[in-house]
Design a protein around this ligand. Structure first.
Ligand code: NAD
Ligand code: RM4
Length: 254
């Protein structure tokens, strides 16, 4: 059963990792897909090729999400190409692991700008397009388990993920009257470029894995189903919700 037949789905930061898995998952479920990417031209081109190999239309648009102009351009190019925006997945994010006491101002500000400011402008631009179309839509934010728990080297990052979680709650209220649903997924620890260096520390990697009832760290495609579900009409009465996708890590106190 294809859950996104005839829909146009947009995903930010989708040349690799979770965003790419969401984009491919959307195409597998019958959607045409527009991806944003910041630098990785080859990754973006191969994601589009994979979308097209699934029989769907694909397009990549370059842009740094921390610039509000990127959001306007992304939505405009998507509408030019495929005529509409049915679902928007806010995925782009960074996590430059660093200690709290000597956090460089620029690392803090860049993380806020990419993860939270970027999301705000993107969600706003996508929502305005959906309101204009007049037939509702779905917004899915890739927040994190880290919206709910802390991280010693993530004091700049976890507030952005809590912010995204909160943004979906408030936009669910602001946009409900337009039939636009807003939800977040909260991934646990998923093996991608964002934590490749951090998890090169084998002690830490084993400690993280040991906390997971399902017995393994996550892979990007573990997010595919949850994101496709929230973007689809199967979730037609779900808004303002957040879905942990963490193998059970969060609930594992003892
Ligand atoms: P990743 O590094 O593979 O993907 C991040 C993507 O965002 C990359 O494609 C990158 O190019 C893009 N990006 C970064 N800065 C950008 C910018 N300024 N403009 C446009 N794109 C930009 O890592 P990932 O794990 O796939 O991360 C995707 C999202 O998932 C992030 O928001 C991250 O916080 C979130 N997340 C990841 C994990 C995990 O354990 N991997 C867990 C929870 C949440
Ligand atoms: C996630 C979570 C993971 C970490 C990534 C970078 O939100 O904290 O454990 O590896 O971010």
């Amino acid at each position: 059963m294809k859950l996104l037949e005839g829909k146009t789905v947009l995903v930010t930061g989708a040349s690799a990792g979770i965003g790419r898995a969401a984009a491919i998952g959307a195409a597998r479920h019958g959607a045409d897909v527009v991806i944003n990417f910041s630098r990785d031209e080859a990754g973006a081109a191969s994601a589009v090729a994979e979308i097209e190999a699934l029989g769907q239309r694909g397009l990549s648009v370059k842009g740094d999400v921390s610039d509000p102009a990127t959001a306007r351009d992304f939505i405009a190019q998507a509408v030019d190409a495929f005529g509409k925006v049915d679902a928007f997945v806010n995925n782009a994010g960074i996590c430059p692991f660093h200690a709290f006491l000597d956090m460089p101002v620029e690392t803090f500000e860049r993380t806020m700008r990419v993860n939270l400011h970027g999301a705000y402008f993107m969600v706003q631009a996508a929502a305005n397009q959906m309101v204009k179309q007049g037939h509702g839509g779905a917004i899915v934010a890739v927040s994190s388990i880290s919206a709910l728990v802390g991280g010693e080297y993530q004091t700049h990052y976890t507030p952005t993920k809590a912010g995204l979680h909160s943004l979906m709650q408030s936009t669910a209220i602001a946009l409900g009257k337009y039939g636009i649903r807003c939800n977040s997924v909260l991934p646990g620890t998923i093996l991608t470029d964002i934590n490749k260096d951090d998890l090169a520390d084998m002690d830490k990697r084993e400690r993280m894995a040991a906390r997971i009832p399902l017995g393994r760290l996550g892979q990007p495609d573990d997010l595919e189903g949850p994101i496709v579900f929230l973007a689809s009409d199967l979730a037609k009465y779900v808004t303002g919700a957040s879905l942990l996708v963490d193998g059970g890590a969060f609930v594992n106190l003892q």
